[in-house]
Design a protein around this ligand. Structure first.
Ligand SMILES: Cc1ncc(COP(=O)(O)O)c(C=O)c1O
Length: 390
């Protein structure tokens, strides 16, 4: 039953048979993109075969792969000295792929842990470091406050002047914090000079401009801002590829994916295709500068609604570190009210708002594909729910 208080944008959305999807990933995809998938699954560019039925070695898929890489390069302004690779195993597999390639005998890799996924990266690297003859060092952690902030330079202690790399997570999906400037632009930790940064950008890649040349390696599985689950986009400098280990299994070596153009075996072809369609959509929107403006506006609407009802809700993240992608908050009245919130929201066409068990409360993911109407509808519901229950 639809509430009479339901925001009009949510009513229009429900009328089309869809709800607003605030899930953290897999997550919302743009309507135009979904309609393109529908068409191409049935008959891809007049070939009489759907995209999922084509051989990965045949010309139609080769073109998909080339175009996807070219468009990702355009979006990220990625220079020729960097490779764009498609790998498998999700962002989680980069937890062992990165140290296996980049941590060699006698070296130390530093980790800045700002959330659940950063902790997983640190733990996985620690478990295997000894087998490469390397070590892993915890340079900073925000665990003391259940990851509500991004550590500053004074809270960060590197292992020495030349770590093998520093690993960081640009956006903390579960706790809703992000490395960012006040205007939402990218921000990196202060680093020992010349140290390559390895960045898990799984939940904010291409939601804003990035200067790729400041990084050694960036990885992101596709299921949030870039398409569907199944492939991980890895952007890596040629310098790091040249330096990477040759002693590990061939399918783990970064250079294999460079040499074999991301196809050392049958690749996750459909996911790569979806990344290509999403990349074109991002370009059609005006690129990452336009998306940043839109994403900041969307997050602003929701944070404003939470702040205006501060007697009723508490956001998890410290003000200056609030994520533009994932908004984490809870009801001051306790868990039962959180449950009521998400249940009523779902009834009103606002789906996927339950927080991760590690942070509790609610989480609204506002990736690139979430329309402004969705953020507006959620902001309206936040205000209305507080008024009715406060
Ligand atoms: C920041 C971040 N890193 C890593 C992961 C793990 O990604 P995957 O499930 O693709 O391994 C996630 C998943 O949500 C994430 O948000």
């Amino acid at each position: 039953m639809l509430s009479t208080r339901m925001p009009s944008s949510a009513v229009e959305n429900l009328a089309s048979g869809r709800v607003f999807n605030f899930n953290a990933g897999p997550s919302v995809l743009p309507e135009e993109v979904l309609r393109q998938f529908q068409q191409d699954i049935w008959n891809f560019r007049g070939t009489g075969l759907g995209i999922m039925e084509h051989s990965h070695r045949a010309a139609p898929f080769q073109k998909v792969l080339e175009d996807a890489i070219a468009d990702v390069r355009k979006i990220g302004n990625i220079p020729a000295s960097y490779h764009v690779l498609f790998m498998t195993g999700g962002s989680s597999s980069q937890n062992f792929i990165v140290p296996a390639n980049l941590l060699s005998e006698g070296q130390t890799a530093d980790y800045i842990v700002t959330g659940y996924w950063g902790q997983r990266s640190f733990d996985d690297a620690t478990q295997h470091a000894a087998s490469y003859g390397g070590r892993v060092h915890l340079a900073a952690s925000s665990k003391d406050t259940n990851h509500s902030y991004i550590p500053n330079a004074a809270q960060t202690r590197y292992s020495g002047p030349a770590p093998a790399y520093v690993h960081t997570t640009s956006n903390n999906t579960i706790y809703g914090t992000q490395w960012r400037t006040p205007s939402g632009h990218e921000r990196l930790p202060e680093l020992p000079a010349g140290t390559p940064v390895v960045c898990d950008a799984c939940s904010d890649i291409f939601s804003r401009p990035i200067d790729v040349t400041k990084y050694g390696l960036i990885y992101a599985s596709a299921q949030k801002n870039l398409g569907i689950t199944g492939a991980t986009v890895v952007i890596v400098s040629d310098e790091l590829v040249q330096r990477a280990s040759t002693k590990i299994p061939r399918m783990l070596q970064l250079r294999t994916y460079v040499k074999e153009q991301s196809m050392p075996n049958t690749p996750p072809a459909f996911t790569i295709y979806t990344v290509g369609v999403m990349a074109k959509w991002i370009l059609d929107q005006g690129g990452v500068h336009t998306l940043l403006d839109r994403n900041v506006r969307k997050a602003g609407l929701v944070y404003d609604a939470i702040d205006k009802a501060s007697a009723f809700y508490t956001p998890h993240a410290r003000l200056e570190d609030r994520s533009v992608m994932n908004i984490v908050f809870r009801c001051n009245a306790g868990e039962a009210m959180d449950v009521k919130f998400t249940a009523e929201a779902a009834q009103q066409g606002l789906a996927g708002l339950t927080g991760h068990r590690a942070a509790g409360g609610m989480r609204a993911s506002l990736y690139n594909a979430m329309p402004e109407a969705g953020a507006k509808a959620l902001a309206g519901f936040i205000a209305d729910f507080a008024q009715r229950n406060g």
